[in-house]
Design a protein around this ligand. Structure first.
Ligand code: DGL
Length: 283
């Protein structure tokens, strides 16, 4: 009997050890977790939504860096060797710092997909929608400098859009009005590609397609990030195959988090409430 429980304990620890850590301020990173799941169906994922501090996009980069460090420490404690920062805003604020702070962990961050947009544009004008904080980060400026010379890049912050999506209002008339007001001027300036620079925004892709029509390509970087995760798994020679489960963790209200996940049609295996204690995130 004792051995039986010991086995269960070991397999539990093993399965925790084999998880990929994914985090975001809320449900945005689900778009990235889903892409990872398609690429690596049998991997286990521990997903952290820092719903207590949502939205990140209106906060200072210093604050976001602090939260990101707390979440990364939590995921490392759970045995994650690969951590995906499934949030453009947190990547802008903390990717470089986290790589220096935890050199033994492989961090994969979001980078606005300006490169493919600039490579494919025929009009020479591309648009990017993202949070205010993402546009303030060095990462965005460096991406534009490296990949978009000779291309006009129109930036449009979308304050309030993340909250609409978190409220399950991605298809509501108000959300469509907000998007119309932001992207119509971009279309009038001739964009033929629109980069989704926030992981929440793929949830409004159908509405954007309706507003922009077939001549504007909408670019979601999630599949490219998932391929990158798969490459890193191979590089570090990690046998990722496990049960293919996701543990959904939130620092906010668990019932509300589960409700949004259900609205987004996510299968839920395990859900956990996490609590911030000063700068530490605890089970
Ligand atoms: N999903 C986050 C991102 O990619 C949203 C940030 C927020 O909470 O405002 O930027």
């Amino acid at each position: 009997m004792t051995f039986f429980f010991f086995d269960i304990l070991v397999s539990l620890i093993m399965s925790l050890n084999s998880a990929i850590g994914v985090f975001d301020s809320g449900v945005g990173g689900v778009t990235v977790a889903n892409a990872i799941r398609s690429e690596l169906p049998l991997c286990n994922i521990i997903y952290v939504a820092d719903s207590a501090h949502l939205p990140y996009g209106d906060r200072s980069l210093v604050e976001i860096k602090e939260y990101s460090e707390g979440i990364a420490s939590f995921l490392i404690d759970q045995g994650c060797k690969i951590i995906v920062i499934a949030c453009n805003t947190a990547s802008a604020a903390a990717l470089k710092y986290l790589r220096e702070r935890f050199p033994h962990i492989r961090f994969i961050g979001m980078e606005p997909a300006v490169k493919p947009a600039a490579e494919q544009t025929k009009s020479g004008v591309v648009g990017v929608i993202a949070t205010t904080a993402t546009f303030q980060g060095e990462l965005f400026a460096s991406v534009v400098e490296r990949f978009a010379s000779g291309v006009e890049v129109i930036r449009q912050p979308c304050p309030g859009l993340v909250q609409q999506i978190e409220a399950g209002q991605q298809n509501a008339p108000k959300t469509e009005d907000m998007l119309r007001q932001w992207v119509t001027p971009m279309k009038e300036k001739g964009i033929d590609a629109l980069v989704l620079g926030c992981t929440h925004y793929p949830f409004v892709k159908p509405v954007l397609e309706k507003i922009l029509g077939p001549d504007v390509r909408i670019i979601d970087p999630a599949p490219a990030i998932a391929r990158q995760v798969s490459r890193v798994v191979q590089e570090i020679n990690w046998n990722i195959n496990a049960e293919g489960t996701t543990e959904w963790c939130t620092s906010g209200n668990k019932a509300e988090f589960l409700k949004v996940l259900q609205q987004l049609e996510q299968p839920i295996h395990v859900a956990t409430k996490l609590t911030w204690n000063q700068n530490r995130l605890l089970r």
